[in-house]
Design a protein around this ligand. Structure first.
Ligand SMILES: Nc1ncnc2c1ncn2[C@@H]1O[C@H](COP(=O)(O)OP(=O)(O)OP(=O)(O)O)[C@@H](O)[C@H]1O
Ligand SMILES: Nc1nc2c(ncn2[C@@H]2O[C@H](COP(=O)(O)O)[C@@H](O)[C@H]2O)c(=O)[nH]1
Length: 401
């Protein structure tokens, strides 16, 4: 049996309705089925660290679960509401506008899969984010075909539209490559630990080294409102296809294996041994790329400018839409003091002191009916709008003003 936190079980059993309630020490407890989730440990008098413990009413045991996903920063207090019995929506008090809504997933598909793998209790954090993001673009093809060249051209012409997913790799940096820009260069043991901790969307052993896309690498690009581009091998593309990330998959072919060899050699970045290994692997990648059914589009990179034009065309960048500027999704401004309640698929955050109530719109409505994504990255699709409880009335909740 795990060690009980510093409050009594009776505190928990009073809270059966799925709403978070404050127990002693400003922790929050939320009960779903037989399990009560206790969130928050006091750092000092004014802040809470968002640790999680589980009390199982059926067995009377406490458990400290494996917690996946980036943990939210400490805050001044919490409200919590259970959604669909598979996740708990957390509203943090005294947090910045991009950091106040979080989800603790307790029984989603991802968490159930992780429980099977880890053989113990697992929960996972995911950050709430307004609106949707455009589908990321996965670009694959044999080494030396020109993926990096095409991606650089796209990012140079449309800097506000695209962002590059910076992969992790255990290979050594080339002379012009910068850590954190071209790759996150890492030790194998560290990357293996991070893989085990569920931090990666996909990974593969490529030409003798580990490569992988961290969930954070994709999310940091998407958070800025840009469309994320992943340059990954065919094994990685297959994993992304099987994941919850909806993406567009593009495979780049060389005009011939001879030309591929010429490009790899003229790039001058690999030893003879590495070139031979990459050419050997290229044959398999060409077969899989063209016949696996993973890829939505196949492009031939013979003439570079023509291939680039074809790439832009399939991304819808050959017309007026190309000029559209992207902007980062807005955060949600909440005052430090607020209370939270739930009505169908809407969470109502009451921000009002009596003075504020008279002066302005004082209820924020969080529509959670169209959530997408989730642990261990971002939960997107929050629709947020403000209403005035006096003039709009609670009935007005169904009609955003
Ligand atoms: N259409 C093209 N014609 C001639 N050379 C090209 C063409 N496209 C790219 N190249 C050159 O081929 C070399 C390999 O290109 P690049 O580094 O972009 O390949 P890559 O697919 O990103 O390789 P890797 O998978 O190893 O990172 C570079 O020197 C690049 O300038
Ligand atoms: N599965 C993944 N493959 C990746 C990733 N990042 C890069 N790559 C692929 O590796 C080869 C070799 O790259 P190089 O920089 O050493 O030439 C190339 O095909 C890349 O597409 C990744 O995160 N996951």
């Amino acid at each position: 049996m795990g060690e009980a936190p510093a409050f009594v079980v009776d505190d928990l059993l009073q809270n059966q309705d799925g709403f978070g309630s404050k127990s002693k020490g400003c922790k929050i407890t939320t009960t779903i089925g037989d399990k009560t989730y206790v969130i928050g440990v006091e750092n000092d008098e004014s802040t809470l660290s968002l640790e999680v413990q589980i009390f199982d009413k059926a067995t009377g045991n406490w458990a400290t679960p494996i917690v996946l996903g980036a943990k939210p920063n400490s805050c001044k207090g919490l409200s919590a509401v259970s959604l669909n019995d598979d996740r708990i929506l957390i509203v943090k008090k005294g947090s910045t506008s991009d950091d106040c809504i979080w989800f603790l997933e307790v029984d989603t598909w991802f968490v159930r899969e992780q429980k099977k793998i880890q053989g113990t209790d697992v929960v996972a954090w995911s950050k709430g984010s307004r609106g949707y993001a455009e589908k990321p673009i996965v670009i694959s093809g044999p080494s030396g075909v020109g993926k990096g060249t095409l991606i650089s051209m796209l990012m140079k012409e449309f800097p506000s539209m695209f962002g590059f997913s910076v992969s992790h790799t255990t290979r050594a940096p080339r002379c012009m490559e910068k850590d954190g820009v071209h790759y996150h260069f890492t030790e194998r043991s560290i990357m293996e630990k991070e893989l085990k901790d569920g931090k990666f969307l996909e990974h593969a052993l490529v030409h003798g080294n580990l490569y992988g896309t961290s969930i954070e690498a994709v999310e940091v690009v998407t958070d800025t409102g840009k469309r994320c581009i992943l340059d990954i091998d065919v094994q990685g593309a297959r994993s992304v296809k099987a994941s919850s990330l909806e993406a567009i998959f593009i495979f780049i072919c060389p005009p011939s294996m001879e030309e591929l060899e010429t490009r790899l050699r003229s790039r001058g970045t690999e030893t003879e041994e590495q070139i031979l290994k990459r050419l050997q692997n290229a044959k398999k990648e060409m077969e899989q790329g063209q016949s696996s059914g993973i890829f939505d589009h196949i492009l031939y990179n013979d003439n570079l400018d023509e291939c680039y034009e074809s790439l832009k065309k399939l991304l819808g960048l050959d017309g007026a839409a190309a000029a559209t500027q992207r902007s980062a999704p807005q955060g949600i401004d909440l005052p430090t003091d607020h209370s939270v309640s739930k009505m169908d698929n809407k969470i109502i955050i009451d921000c009002g002191t009596p003075e504020l109530k008279k002066a302005s719109k004082n209820l924020i409505v969080l529509d959670v009916s169209s959530l997408k994504g989730g642990a261990p990255g971002r939960t997107r699709g929050l629709d947020v709008y403000a209403i005035d409880s006096f003039s709009d009335g609670l009935n007005g909740i169904n009609q955003p003003s």
